[in-house]
Design a protein around this ligand. Structure first.
Ligand code: ZN
Length: 228
């Protein structure tokens, strides 16, 4: 069976890359094989122009990656939650980085009324963000709207990550873990910090904070002690 010519190019590139990496550092592959100890979990868009390792200048093994269309974190998505749980509980990453990108096709589609099929359901949560800030969007032109919605989407997904039981449980047991929101521009390749950095439970709105009965009792007893 012969490969399609395009796949041949991939195999050729791969062998060149593997040789190059081994020439640079003969322990590269043995080390990669022995362990992965990434400090970062990257949640980004599936867009082929956005590659986690390349953008951050990190090697394989240095970043754990989850990607989907428009970098969305939905609390019933067991794929995303499983990546999150494994990264936090087992790999013990110290940073979760949600990275959006300007001009995101998913965000752009969410701003339209054209149906793309099944994916409309996936993008619905981005429409919810637009709907919440609709009064702001009415003053913007189409490109400004895409830009703002890309940013707001990242902020919302950072919040969604923080609201998961996985991240909250890590904070409750004293694990060092922070969640960040960045955005990448395809026009200049620069990552920008959206200044949404969350480091502990107290930084999320109270309604989303989850405690066990025992925690709640302890907190209420502490409250009474304070009053007395
Ligand atoms: Zn995208």
């Amino acid at each position: 069976m012969s490969h399609h010519a395009d796949l041949d190019a991939i195999f050729r590139n791969n062998r060149q890359w593997a040789h190059f990496m081994r020439d640079q550092d003969e322990d590269f592959f043995p080390r990669l094989e022995r362990q992965q100890t990434p400090e970062y979990l990257w949640i980004g868009c599936s867009d082929s122009r956005v590659s986690a390792n390349e953008i951050m200048g990190l090697l394989p093994g240095e970043v754990f990656v989850h990607r989907n269309v428009a970098n969305v974190v939905v609390h019933t998505d067991f794929n995303c939650l499983s990546v999150l749980q494994y990264a936090v509980d087992i790999l013990k990453v110290r940073h979760i980085i949600v990275t959006g990108h300007y001009g995101c096709g998913g965000v752009r589609a969410a701003l339209e009324n054209r149906s793309f099929g099944l994916i409309d359901n996936w993008l619905r949560t981005i429409k919810d963000i637009y709907h919440r800030f609709e009064d702001v969007f009415t003053h913007l032109d189409a490109e400004q709207s895409v830009r703002l919605l890309c940013e707001l989407n990242v902020q919302q997904q950072v919040a969604n990550v923080c609201h998961t039981t996985i991240v909250q449980d890590a904070w409750k047991r004293g694990q060092t873990l922070s969640v960040h929101g960045l955005i990448y521009s395809l026009s200049d390749g620069i990552l920008r910090d959206l200044q949404v950095n969350v480091h502990n439970m107290e930084e999320i709105p109270k309604i989303y904070q989850m405690y066990s009965d025992r925690d709640l009792l302890r907190r209420s007893l502490q409250g009474h002690a304070h009053i007395l």
